[in-house]
Design a protein around this ligand. Sequence first.
Ligand code: ADE
Length: 418
Amino acid sequence: MKSTIRNIELAPQGQSKIDWVKPRMQVLNKIRKEFEERLPFAGKKVVICLHLEAKTAYLAEVIKAGGAEVTVVASNPLSTQDDVVAALVQQGIVAHAWYNATEAEYKQHMQLALDTEPDFIIDDGGDLVSTIHTTRPELLKKVKGGAEETTTGVLRLNSMAKDGALKFPMIAVNDAQCKYLFDNRYGTGQSVWDGIMRTTNLVVAGKTAVIAGYGWCGKGVAMRAKGLGARVIICEINAIKANEALMDGFEVMPMIEAAKYGDFFITVTGNTDVINKEHFIFMKSGAILCNAGHFDVEVNVAQLKEIALSERVARKNITEFTLPGNRMLYVLAEGRLVNLAAGDGHPAEVMDMTFALQALSLEYVALNYGQLSPRVYEVNTDIDEKVAFLKLKSLGLGIDKLTKKQEEYLESWSSEEV
Ligand code: ADE
């Protein structure tokens, strides 16, 4: 099938981005070699709906090395890198995506990808699964299953499963330990600040960072804010997480109070309407607002537009809103994922683990779909442990092993035995 992309001539530039990440993704390199021998997807079609940047491109190559006919499509219109997509097409992978696609184009690209009638899918955020179920019911028999990348997607899948709406099995890659402990925490922690800093070129030390949401991603963003020298305020709706934030050394308060202190506001909740008109009116002039949750619904940009006297592009990926009293508020990347829409996503070494989980989970589905029911599955523990083990091995690191006596000690329970 013909690809739908911006410009194939960008391929050499995209290929050099892919070449940079490959040697830094050693676990995936190992899996690629295994796939070349095992060919788990021989004769099968796979549609990958992820953020189309260099690390994703390498995952697509690995799935292709496993024998699949691969089609890629974007999971966010602002995270697509046209040069990387061009490089993929040059390698024989079909792509339907371009940077800054309109809503209609984004949907059309997804439909084109689904025209291939995939056997397996990889999704990020749940749009592909939702599109199949709502607009292409004829594919529900053909799609044998897939894997989901992110917290938001897993939440959506769980809602579908609860309503009995999910019609094929999906593996919740996000919930594997080798995913959320590293990707959500250290990946988001670093890439969000990378996106903010490269876009604004402003100092973080001595400033106040207000972070909404103290899940694994929020924890990472807060930890790195502290490391950069910021005063950190956490806004939470969960009392346990709020206590955790407090004991981790951060201030805790509701957004309505934090609004007046923040120099940087970062939403990482996965929910909608986290920062609204009632907060904008208290913010300091110069405050920077951005989002690191999957959808662009956390900072209410529509309400900011309503109360603003004017808006203009202040710098690439920065919109300046002028409010009454000559107060300026700045929104990064239109309120879309700042680390991907204004950056390159998580570091390669972190995505190595995430995408190794994706590759092995998809292989698991390919081998076992006959025995799986249409529900959300956890990543197999063996796969999680394999990825952790391969990561350490690739770093030249070993760990201790329990002796027989230690194993027996851990298993004993009677007072005589202990
Ligand atoms: N690169 C590709 N997919 C990504 C994701 N979900 N988060 C961060 N970086 C990525």
